[in-house]
Design a protein around this ligand. Structure first.
Ligand SMILES: Nc1ncnc2c1ncn2[C@@H]1O[C@H](COP(=O)(O)OP(=O)(O)OP(=O)(O)O)[C@@H](O)[C@H]1O
Ligand SMILES: Cc1ncc(CO)c(N)n1
Length: 264
């Protein structure tokens, strides 16, 4: 059994965060574990409230996990403050964790702030150092570099800029901000476009969480980073295409699309 760990926030509506990650890992056949950084009272219309765990408790969660069932990969999502980021970086180094995916979650699909203003620098200096791949969306890549992205050429320029201070893989997601859904995988001046068709669907709550935990799942199975990204893109495309329609706002994806009703 391949094992993966998500370190992220809980989404009470089940579409993003820890819940999206564990659903994704499960349907991809990977044993999922979780270290929760914060509870959110959240639904498809927005985030109503956030309750952070203490750094000490997060440390205890990570010790419990790493001293028992050692994960083959780790995905990091919402981490709302600098102290929690420091704990994660310290513990991942201490346990020599492998195959680390960092999704630099800053703002939710519905526009709510999920990270404290000052925490961005700590994300750079602490978490990016341990990451094998980071997966910013366009607004996050803009926030990381201070440069705006209006076209695919801009995506390449910004990926290069991030590459000046991060030497792992950068997956810059085109997603809902550019007309098509092509994502750019960039490392050491090498560019791989991960092609995608834009799907007309307003229900994109949790797309980033689902993509990054699918990447972590495939890394846990032993695929390399480019293979994992291609396979994860196939998974997210299917989950958006399944056109689940739940809730009053931006609804969740169908994580179970691969299971098919004939298998139930
Ligand atoms: N409408 C769409 N059609 C096709 N693919 C999409 C669409 N929206 C997002 N994607 C794809 O979903 C993946 C996640 O990207 P996205 O930019 O949505 O992440 P995100 O903004 O971090 O997500 P989140 O809403 O969870 O914060 C990418 O591969 C992106 O190209
Ligand atoms: C807990 C959580 N993590 C990440 C996101 C980003 O979509 C969200 N909305 N909620």
């Amino acid at each position: 059994m391949h094992k993966s760990l998500t370190i992220a926030g809980s989404d009470s509506s089940g579409g993003a965060g820890i819940q999206a990650d564990l659903k994704t890992m499960t349907v991809l056949g990977v044993y999922g574990m979780s270290a929760i950084t914060a509870l959110t009272a959240q639904n498809t219309t927005g985030v109503q409230s956030i309750f952070e765990v203490t750094p000490k408790f997060l440390e205890e969660e990570l010790d419990s996990i790493f001293t028992d069932i050692f994960p083959d990969s780790v995905k990091i999502g919402m981490v709302s403050n600098a102290d929690l980021i420091r704990v994660i970086s310290k513990k991942l180094r201490e346990y020599n964790a492998k195959n680390i995916v960092v999704d630099p979650v800053m703002v939710s699909t519905s526009g709510s702030k999920l990270m404290a203003d000052g925490a961005k620098d700590t994300l750079f200096s602490e978490l990016f150092k341990v990451a094998d791949i980071i997966t910013p969306n366009i607004p996050e890549a803009e926030a990381l570099t201070g440069q705006s992205i209006k076209s695919k050429d801009d995506m390449v320029k910004v990926a290069k800029k991030i590459g000046e201070f991060f030497d792992g893989y950068i997956l810059l997601k085109g997603g809902h901000s550019i007309d098509d859904a092509d994502d750019l995988l960039y490392k050491n001046s090498e560019k791989i476009w991960i092609k995608g068709e834009h799907i007309e669907n307003p229900n994109t709550h949790g797309t980033g969480c689902t993509l990054s935990s699918a990447i972590a799942s495939y890394l846990a199975m032993g695929y390399d980073v480019p293979e994992s990204v291609h396979l994860a893109k196939e998974f997210i495309t299917g989950a958006i295409s399944a056109k689940l329609d739940l809730g009053k706002g931006r609804g969740p994806l169908n994580h179970m699309w691969k299971m098919g009703s004939e298998n139930l």
